[in-house]
Write a protein that binds this ligand. Structure first.
Ligand code: HEC
Ligand code: HEC
Length: 442
């Protein structure tokens, strides 16, 4: 992981400084496609390919290896610590009675890899349809197709083309045990964006909309902010591009909106919880090993859009500061510099592979949202610091060895304490085992 981060840092360094569109080496390849060809973890043989084919492979690689973060779930974490690229097998528990699903092998291995046609792949990404289920009527459950379904046909085709080029790896995947989730059915793709506060018809797809910016303007969960009308044409394109990256590819909402969606069966299934859109509060327990290494026991997703507590309003007046947090995990909170904690601390290794113009687009999108006011503006907490013994904590703190977190620091409100800790008698205390925060966040 360390080496990968360092390498992609170098690649970014090599291209980040030219804000003006310089003629790319490859002639007419888009900036994203060129970047995609650079960041693929194997050499893509483009000999003899047409420009359109190269463009598709590059774009596909860009989506998969940067903002789409497919590797985070689809890489095989082998016992020897090596990570096999997109060959699947990682298990995800989805219930308390042994329900479990496994990330699929996406490589072109003929026996154990992905066997979908391009049309089936697009249908799966758009509706969640699980072609591997007995009756092909079940839906994928962990796979974030509720985001990817909004990607343009061109980008979905590009991802498919890229997956057909990656090295084949033999890795048989066990059958899923879905339990009650097996009763869920694919969600028809109607051509209209209907999971936010406003329903919008998706604009006709056009190859002139290379940045999928028009698509992005439609797939925005909140009503259009007043600021949108004041943007220049160029800023509006950036805003649309940013929305596309956030809402169709990046699945930021899964972590930064809590609860992220309505999962009760019915007509509103899948709707984004717009009242708390990107105001944080989801809680993550840092896995054993990584907790000792990063000195964090528990993290809480950041409030990004809140008027009072939101990071965009509080910390990111300057794009450069946002870029440092989003691509390198470097933040300064109340004057103290630190690294972003798990899981964002790992995800930034994918985000650093994006083009500078795309990171800027995300910034423009987030900066122009109407800030969330009132109860939705959550007082999210900083990470709860890990300790094995007293020496890991500050002088005025103690190590709670039952939960491996530093407690006892002075406070006047919970927000000054670590994730899920409570300010009791002016001191930060570890959460009770029954704490709702530990299970569902705030
Ligand atoms: C949060 C984890 C996660 C991420 C991120 C993710 N997937 Fe998946 N994916 C899964 C899981 C788990 C399954 C299978 C079981 C399920 O979801 O019910 C799956 C299944 C699939 C399938 C079905 C394959 C088959 O042969 O049936 C495809 C195709 C797929 N993913 C593609 C992608 C692509 C492309 C990306 C990135 C753009 C991606 N996934 C990102 C978890 C993930
Ligand atoms: C897997 C979950 C996850 C995903 C996906 C995710 N984030 Fe995060 N993010 C977090 C967590 C948790 C934190 C807080 C970490 C901490 O406090 O150290 C965070 C922190 C941040 C911060 C720093 C905020 C601050 O307090 O200064 C920014 C900016 C951010 N995320 C933006 C994004 C954007 C934009 C996306 C989508 C492209 C995204 N994140 C996707 C979990 C996630």
């Amino acid at each position: 992981m360390g080496a990968a981060i360092a390498l992609s840092g170098l690649l970014l360094g090599a291209t980040a400084c030219d804000d003006d569109e310089e003629p790319p080496e490859e002639g007419q390849l888009s900036e994203q496609a060129q970047k995609g060809l650079e960041i693929a973890p194997f050499t893509i043989d483009t000999n003899g390919l047409s420009l359109a084919e190269k463009e598709a492979l590059g774009r596909g690689s860009y989506v998969v290896n940067s903002i789409g973060s497919c590797m985070d779930c689809h890489n095989t974490n082998a016992p020897d610590g090596s990570s096999k690229y997109l060959s699947g097998g990682t298990s995800f528990a989805i219930g308390a009675s042994g329900e479990i699903v496994y990330a699929r092998n996406l490589t072109p291995d003929s026996a154990t890899g992905m066997k979908l046609t391009e049309a089936e792949f697009i249908e799966l990404m758009r509706t969640g349809k699980d072609y591997k289920s007995d009756n092909a009527e079940e839906v994928l459950f962990v796979m974030p197709w509720l985001y990817y379904r909004w990607m343009t046909t061109e980008d979905l085709k590009a991802v498919y083309a890229y997956l057909k080029k990656i090295p084949a790896i033999s890795n048989p995947i066990p059958d899923d045990i879905k339990g009650a989730a097996g009763a869920m059915r694919p969600v028809p793709f109607t051509g209209s964006y209907n999971e936010g506060a406003v329903t919008r018809t998706l604009p006709a797809e056009s190859s002139a909309d290379t940045l999928a910016s028009n698509r992005g303007l439609a797939v925005q969960p909140l009503a259009d902010p007043a600021a949108l009308a004041t943007l220049s044409a160029n800023e509006k394109t950036q805003y649309g591009r940013g929305s596309y990256l956030v809402n169709a590819v990046g699945s930021c909402n899964d972590c930064h909106t809590n609860p992220s969606r309505n999962f009760a069966p019915g007509p509103d299934f899948g709707d984004v919880t717009t009242s708390v859109f990107m105001s944080g509060g989801a809680v993550y327990s840092v896995p054993p090993g990584l907790n000792a290494l990063t000195k964090v026991t528990r993290s809480m997703s950041a409030n990004l859009l809140g008027a009072q507590h939101g990071a965009m309003a509080k910390r990111y007046q300057a794009y450069e500061d946002f870029n440092k947090a989003f691509t390198k995990g470097d933040v300064v909170v109340d004057g103290v510099a630190r690294k972003l904690a798990f899981p964002m601390g790992l995800t930034v290794a994918n985000f650093v592979k994006m083009t500078d113009s795309d990171v800027r687009a995300i910034y423009v999108y987030l900066k122009n949202q109407a800030p969330i006011q009132g109860a939705g503006d959550k007082a999210t907490q900083q990470p709860a610091r890990y300790c094995a013994s007293q020496t890991d904590c500050g002088a005025s703190e103690t190590c709670n060895t039952a939960t491996n977190e530093c407690v006892g620091g002075a406070c006047t409100a919970d927000v000054q304490c670590g994730a899920c800790q409570v300010c009791t008698d002016s001191k930060c205390a570890a959460p009770e085992a029954s704490s709702a925060c530990l299970r569902t966040g705030i």
